[in-house]
Design a protein around this ligand. Structure first.
Ligand code: FES
Length: 149
């Protein structure tokens, strides 16, 4: 992890915290994923614009939470933009942490909230297009099996 005068936070975390990307709402989103973290009371809302071909064209967020949650949300929207739905399902909180140059152990759960928001948004999308939400759970389980988790 890069060192700076911001304690345990990497430069990348500080950059996304102080200059969050894609913050706000999308008008008429294709999907919305909302999650709350019962441990700390923080909340994240993710908005997606998805093309008919299943491509995530836009991803934005609104997060009420700590700096690590804001940085994780911001990074997540960056990682989602331009990806296909199925690739979005492959995004793990560890990918987010890696892209942020690491998070302190006590802040890993903040990145988990972002992964869960993606999952909730994709469930919302499947529901809207008339598919079973459980398809997301099935695909996630399949991906985990592939990874040997
Ligand atoms: S402390 Fe709640 S999400 Fe970070």
């Amino acid at each position: 992890m890069a060192t700076n005068n911001m304690g345990p936070y990497s430069d990348e975390v500080m950059d996304h915290f102080t200059n969050p990307r894609n913050m706000g709402e999308i008008e008429n989103p294709s999907a919305v994923g909302e999650v709350g973290n019962p441990a700390c009371g923080d909340m994240m809302k993710l908005f997606l614009k998805i093309s008919d071909a299943g491509l995530i064209e836009e991803a934005t967020f609104k997060t009420f939470g700590c700096g690590a949650a804001i940085a994780s949300s911001s990074m997540t929207t960056e990682l989602l933009r331009g990806t296909h739905l199925e690739d979005a399902l492959r995004l793990t909180n560890q990918n987010i942490v890696d892209k942020l140059g690491g998070l302190p152990p006590a802040k890993i759960h903040c990145s988990v909230m972002a992964e869960e928001a993606v999952e909730m948004a994709l469930k919302d999308y499947y529901k809207k297009i008339g598919k079973a939400e459980s398809l997301v759970d099935d695909l996630k389980a399949e991906i985990k099996k592939e990874r040997g988790e």
